[in-house]
Design a protein around this ligand. Structure first.
Ligand code: MRU
Length: 337
């Protein structure tokens, strides 16, 4: 893991002596409170209620939750151990459907465990330790991937860049320094002048609550706007680029991200503004041909309205932006086009 990051890591998720510590994002920006747990079911609940969220962070949380399962399982027989943990690992993988990083991380854990058990004499304590190390490795890799992709992303920023983004894609969305907002923070750390226009990102306000918290911490100038202001702000404030994250990118480059992302891509096209997607390669799902095959999570109606007709609410949490509207997908490996 690199220890020379140009900006400070956000304390989003960490493991200490059998306890998983998660910064509870539902309480931000007013309260910085941590969930500390050794129970994988609590991690699943935290994922469902978005106490931890953002595609790469979900991968890290999923991997550590797998380790929590292993540490609770006392089976002294190898086959019984595997039989007991796998159903719990499957529950973790399916806690949220759109961000592929969650199932990607659990699948890596499964594959590595299978290889390990095939090639090693069975020992419960050693197997648990191995599983935890796999989870820590996924977290470390995430830090490196984010660092590399943000270096690539930051180099696309002109000086004096007026930037628009959506949702939260800084350190809170990953185990590392984040994706799209991480690129902004790196550009700032590399002494480029940047100003960020932050749409609230209804209904859960990841922009208003989480991006503002991160931008305040990194002392980057920003203005909070409502989602419906995006078009006129792009025109009137002469936005130079739009940069967003992704929850799942299909093989053809179509990218699912927070609801409202597609609107920004269409508006950016109209105003001739470059539209960038920043995401680690762990967000690319090569089993899925196009955006049409990406499962879109529908969230509870109460998130939108508590008025009288909750059954008349439609609340998709994500939308898909076709590759043709994306100028470049930035990953840790470089630029997709
Ligand atoms: O519902 P959320 O808050 O988990 O949605 C998160 C996003 O849409 C982010 O933009 C996405 O995970 C990208 S972070 C690389």
């Amino acid at each position: 893991m690199k220890d020379n990051l140009p900006i400070q890591l956000t304390p989003t998720i960490s493991w200490d002596k059998g306890i998983l510590k998660i910064l509870d994002q539902t309480k931000l920006p007013k309260v910085e409170k941590y969930i500390e747990t050794s129970d994988y079911k609590e991690v699943i609940e935290a994922i469902k209620r978005l106490s931890i969220r953002g595609a790469p962070a979900l991968g890290c949380a999923g991997a550590y939750a797998c380790a929590l399962v292993a540490y609770k399982c006392n089976s002294l027989v190898k086959e019984a151990f595997v039989e007991e943990i796998l159903p719990a690992w499957n529950l973790i993988a399916n806690a949220r459907p759109t961000a592929v990083n969650l199932m990607w991380a659990v699948n890596i854990m499964k594959k590595q465990l299978e290889d390990y058990l095939e090639n090693t004499d069975w020992d419960l304590i050693e197997t648990r330790r191995y599983i935890l190390n796999c989870a820590k490795q996924i977290h470390k890799d995430d830090i490196d991937r984010c660092d590399n992709l943000c270096r690539h992303g930051a180099s696309l920023f002109p000086d004096n860049a007026r930037v628009m983004t959506v949702c939260n894609t800084g350190g809170l969305c990953s185990g590392g320094i984040g994706t799209a907002l991480g690129c902004v923070q790196y550009a700032h750390a590399f002494k480029k002048k940047v100003e960020v226009y932050v749409p609230e990102t209804r209904p859960l306000l990841q922009g208003a609550r989480l991006n503002t918290w991160e931008l305040e911490r990194s002392k980057i100038p920003y203005k909070l706007i409502t989602d419906s202001m995006a078009g006129s702000v792009m025109r009137d404030k002469k936005i130079d680029l739009v940069i967003v994250g992704a929850d799942r990118i299909a093989k053809n480059g179509d990218a699912a991200n927070k609801i409202g992302t597609y609107n920004l891509a269409v508006l950016a096209k109209h105003h001739d503004i470059p539209f960038y997607v920043a995401a680690p390669d762990s967000t690319v799902d090569r089993n899925i041909k196009s955006g049409e095959d990406i499962p879109i999570e529908e969230r509870p109606s109460a998130e939108i309205s508590s008025y009288l007709w909750p059954d008349k609410v439609y609340n998709p949490a994500f939308d898909v932006t076709p590759f043709e509207l994306i100028d470049t997908i930035i990953t840790e490996k470089g630029y997709w086009k």
